[in-house]
Design a binder for this molecule. Structure first.
Ligand SMILES: C[S@@+](CC[C@H](N)C(=O)[O-])C[C@H]1O[C@@H](n2cnc3c(N)ncnc32)[C@H](O)[C@@H]1O
Length: 248
């Protein structure tokens, strides 16, 4: 008999245009805010989050990339509101797994991020701080950024059988390897990827995170998993709740 596939904690109906505030980014990526001023930063995907606006206000030179930035702001706002609602509803179905998170406060934070994004977006588009592009092809020269951040796309949006939340995901292992290489190509300093675990009822390190490490090490990168303080539910232990850090 074939072994049973592990059961997903939750799934979503499609790609979610969902963003976060600066505090979430600092926790996810184990970054002190003091590191940001003066850095050239890429956030890909940036979604409808306020990291671009907030890190720019703190003196970083940040560019956010997302394929949906080709859309007008009113369309993005409507999509962002809908997707925050959808994601929270799916999390509420497994409320016990998210006992470490106040879901109402969590939702309010995502809506604040969306509002801050919307307020910054018109100026940000004209200043080139928001760019429409898609992994695995980014419109930047080699080693352009000091710090490259990528959250909640790789691993998270893989197929549930592989540990992600997106049924019929287009993001194969090959896509992950090419996308990680592309993020690394644009980076002269440090690449940080989060999260690195499966979204199964019993989480484990996503197998493709190890494959990404092998690929980037073959390209000369040094990889390590750094514990994250981001509350992501499902009793993720410190060693599992980690960000993958790649340095030269
Ligand atoms: C869940 S959001 C993550 C946003 C943010 N990094 C965070 O952690 O809150 C995922 C984003 O990935 C974007 N996306 C989808 N396909 C992509 C691709 N091929 N390359 C880059 N971003 C993509 C979606 O438009 C969406 O905004």
């Amino acid at each position: 008999m074939a072994p049973q596939a592990p059961s997903p904690l939750f799934t979503v109906d499609g790609m979610q245009f969902f963003g976060r505030e600066l505090g979430d980014y600092l926790a996810m990526f184990s970054l002190p805010a003091e590191r940001l001023p003066g850095l050239r930063v890429l956030d890909c995907p940036s979604g409808p989050g306020s990291f671009v606006a907030e890190s720019t206000a703190r003196g970083a030179c940040t560019v956010g990339v997302d394929p949906l930035y080709a859309q007008p702001l009113d369309v993005l706002l409507a999509r962002g509101r809908r997707d925050v609602q959808h994601t929270i509803e799916r999390m509420q179905l497994k409320a016990s797994a998210f006992a470490d998170i106040d879901l109402a406060a969590y939702q309010a934070s995502k809506l604040r991020a969306l509002d801050r994004f919307a307020a910054d977006y018109p100026a940000g588009i004209s200043e080139g701080r928001y760019l429409a592009a898609s992994l695995p092809a980014l419109p930047f020269p080699d080693r352009h950024f000091d710090l490259v951040l990528s959250a909640h796309l790789l691993f998270t949006y893989s197929d549930p059988a592989h540990g992600g939340i997106l049924p019929d995901s287009p993001f194969s292992l090959e896509w992950h390897l090419r996308s990680a290489e592309e993020l690394w190509r644009t980076c002269r300093g440090e690449l940080r990827l989060y999260p690195t675990t499966t979204r199964w009822e019993t989480p484990s390190r996503h197998a493709w995170a190890e494959r990404v490490c092998e690929r980037l090490e073959a390209l000369g990168g040094r990889t390590r998993f750094e514990p994250s303080t981001f509350a992501r539910g499902n009793h993720a232990s410190d060693s599992l709740n980690a960000c993958l850090v790649v340095t030269r």
